[in-house]
Write a protein that binds this ligand. Structure first.
Ligand code: ADP
Ligand code: MG
Length: 242
């Protein structure tokens, strides 16, 4: 489904990704972790064409992202992305936020888009919020809406970049629950997170990054029992130790 080969990327003189390789199968859930600044955000942004890259190849569902421009634009519409900050449009209601791209990019009718939006809102328990504005919602609710907005595009895969790290602790669980359900339904997912409980429950494999490199890609149980790399061992003892 997603195949990354020899991916390298620099911002000017700063090399941020160095020869990264990863294959994600259809329906697989991969959690990406590693120290701050190791290139996790840049890596997932490359996967749906938000970031360009200089070296290597990314193939998503048989389409190469090596060719930028139009192909990357198309990929952005087919691969859903949820960021740390909710990034809902503040001047639009919940249902308008969700229907915007399906109407303008997928050319769905307003009725079709709204029917789909309502079904998705029901799934995340937010049917009563369709006419609310983002500022009237909690952070956890906004993030669940951001997930719904991405799902409304019928994505072939979903990418998450620290979706719960800006949330108050009591709201983290409700967002992870939605993500866990998606994982169980068979969505192909790449999730940057330090929520190791989620990783253990949902991930098939763990990608560990450090200094722009993918140091290991390890089956989840094995990663937590005995990571292959020394740096992953140190990282794990730090985040599980506190
Ligand atoms: P992570 O998500 O693992 O914390 P990032 O992918 O955000 O790491 O960043 C990796 C490195 O790339 C960092 O050194 C960061 O400062 C740098 N970086 C990220 N985005 C940019 C940018 N737009 N311009 C220049 N440097 C950047
Ligand atoms: Mg990041």
């Amino acid at each position: 489904m997603i195949r990354v080969r020899g991916l390298s990327k620099s911002f000017g003189a700063l090399q941020v990704l160095n020869d990264c390789n990863l294959t994600v199968r259809r329906g697989e859930v991969v959690v990406v972790c590693g120290p701050s600044g190791s290139g996790k955000s840049t890596f997932v942004k490359c996967l749906n064409g938000i970031e360009t890259f200089q070296v290597g190849e990314i193939v998503v569902d048989g389409r190469s992202l090596k060719l930028r421009g139009r192909e990357a634009d198309r990929m952005r519409a087919r691969v859903g992305m949820v960021f740390q900050h909710f990034e809902l449009y503040p001047h639009l209601t919940v249902i308008e936020n969700i229907c915007l791209a399906p109407i303008h990019v997928l050319k769905r009718t307003r009725q079709e888009a709204q029917a789909k939006a309502r079904a998705l809102l029901a799934r995340v328990g937010l049917s009563d919020k369709e006419a609310a504005y983002p500022a009237q919602l909690s952070g956890g609710q906004q993030q669940r809406i951001a997930i719904v907005r991405a799902l409304a595009m019928d994505p072939i895969a979903m990418l998450f970049d620290e979706p719960t790290s800006a949330l108050d602790p009591e709201m983290i669980g409700e967002v992870l629950a939605v993500m866990l359900e998606l994982a169980r339904e068979g969505m192909t997912m790449v999730v940057v997170t330090h929520e190791m409980g989620f990783a253990k429950a949902a991930a098939d494999r763990i990608v560990f990054m450090d200094k722009g490199e993918i140091l290991e890609v390890t089956e989840t149980k094995r990663f937590f029992e005995a990571p292959k790399s020394e740096r992953a061992r140190i990282f794990l003892s730090r985040i599980l130790g506190h």
